[in-house]
Design a protein around this ligand. Structure first.
Ligand code: DX5
Ligand code: ZN
Length: 223
């Protein structure tokens, strides 16, 4: 049985009552909280920063927080999110001048490090930093917005990423981000993902526990 993690993306939550939304989605079976940070520079949208991460910790959230940086540059935000209680910090290679150094910075600050690969970006950069990553994230939509459609070519890229991780011998999670739902999570898992971001699929429904149970039932069918 694979060790699958479901990562609800709070981008699709009701920000007016965020603490309560996070509590509910965790009680409903979410494993880790996916936290999308956008700067209206690297991506055409603006969201939440380290103060909101700290506020969730102060609210009592103890689950891992998976910070997805869609900002450029990245290093100062890495420092601030490490201080704010992040567990995972991932960034896009296009957003850092020195990718290897930024990955090392994340680990030096006691967090888990990862790269996020855009739909039209190859896995080449990741290949050279396998020893410095705890998670590799493949974007299956263009970053910036929730509720977009899964880009099918990501399935082949997932298979390549899975093979790369397995042959590296390193312990690296493979996360998929964008357009994941009950209808496609099994196919995505079969292609090699083990960590599943889901924003609108969960938060657009009245009963989060019901959707998460459906996602898990689909995963159980993969094994
Ligand atoms: C998009 C974000 C995603 C987003 C996914 O830039 O990185 O994490 O929340 O949302 P859904 O699951 O609705 O595609
Ligand atoms: Zn994300």
């Amino acid at each position: 049985m694979s060790d699958y993690l479901i990562a609800p993306s709070i981008l699709a939550a009701n920000f007016a009552r965020l603490g309560e939304e996070v509590d509910t989605v965790l009680e409903s079976g979410g494993d880790i909280i996916h936290f999308d940070v956008m700067d209206n520079h690297f991506v055409p949208n603006l969201t939440i920063g380290p103060m909101v991460c700290k506020a969730l910790r102060d609210h009592g959230v103890t689950a891992p927080i998976d910070v997805h940086l869609m900002v450029s540059p990245v290093d100062e935000m890495i420092r601030m999110f490490a201080d704010a209680g992040a567990d995972y910090i991932t960034f896009h290679p296009e957003a850092s001048t020195h990718v290897d150094r930024s990955l090392q910075l994340i680990r030096d600050l006691g967090c888990k490090a990862g790269l996020v690969i855009n739909p039209a970006t190859g896995l080449n950069t990741a290949q050279w930093v396998m020893d410095k990553m705890d998670m590799l994230v493949l974007m299956s939509v263009n970053p910036g917005f929730g509720g977009q459609k899964f880009i099918p070519s990501t399935i082949d890229k997932l298979k390549q990423a899975r093979a790369m991780i397995d042959s590296s011998g390193h312990n690296i999670r493979l996360e998929i981000d964008g357009g994941v739902g009950v209808n496609n999570i099994a196919e995505i898992a079969a292609a090699g993902a083990d960590t599943f971001v889901a924003g609108s699929a969960i938060f657009s429904q009245p009963d989060y526990a019901k959707v998460i149970a459906q996602l898990r039932a689909e995963l159980a069918s993969v094994g």
